[in-house]
Design a protein around this ligand. Structure first.
Ligand code: OFO
Length: 166
């Protein structure tokens, strides 16, 4: 059975995952109307779908452990970006924020001796390590590419491959 504190923390994580999904959906839609960014667009649609799955896993866990998974109201995310670089730097910033939040709940679960929640959250810890790595790699690549058009072309063409195997 979840304590009230843990249930509240997990529900605020539900909100964060839902906001991540919205944020990446907005990035996908923005990329969709930029010339030649079909790869980036597909990448963010996929990221958005994954964040929704993260949210659903949390809701299922909260309910299974005797809490109530609350579907949250959502803020409108950032809709437009001044460059590809700035969209990807938002992506990294967002992932770092999510990692911090997961770490806080892991800490809370340990301090309450809630080992079931602690165990459940390990999947998110691993996922965040991967997402942070991916966001960092993509930011580094964009840094290298700068304004080089053929570099950007290849970045867009190859971006799905950086996600690694499903
Ligand atoms: Fe939910 O995985 Fe990143 O944010």
């Amino acid at each position: 059975m979840l304590s009230k504190t843990i249930a509240a923390a997990l529900n605020s994580q539900v909100q964060m995952e839902a906001e991540s999904s919205q944020a990446y959906l907005a990035m996908a839609s923005w990329a969709d109307i930029q010339p030649g960014l079909q790869g980036v667009c597909a990448f963010f649609y996929k990221q958005s779908d994954e964040e929704r799955v993260h949210m659903l896993k949390l809701i299922a866990f909260i309910n299974e452990r005797g809490g109530f998974g609350v579907v949250p109201p959502l803020e409108q995310p950032i809709l437009t970006f001044k460059s590809l670089r700035s969209a990807f730097s938002e992506f990294l910033k967002h992932e770092l924020k999510v990692s911090n939040s997961i770490n806080d709940i892991v800490h809370l679960a340990l301090s309450e001796k809630d080992y079931a929640t602690h165990n459940f959250l390990q999947w998110y810890v691993t996922e965040q390590m991967e997402e942070e790595r991916l966001a960092r790699v993509l930011n580094e690549k964009l840094e290298l590419i700068g304004e080089d058009k053929s570099g950007l072309y290849l970045f867009d063409r190859d971006i799905m491959a950086y996600r690694g195997p499903e």
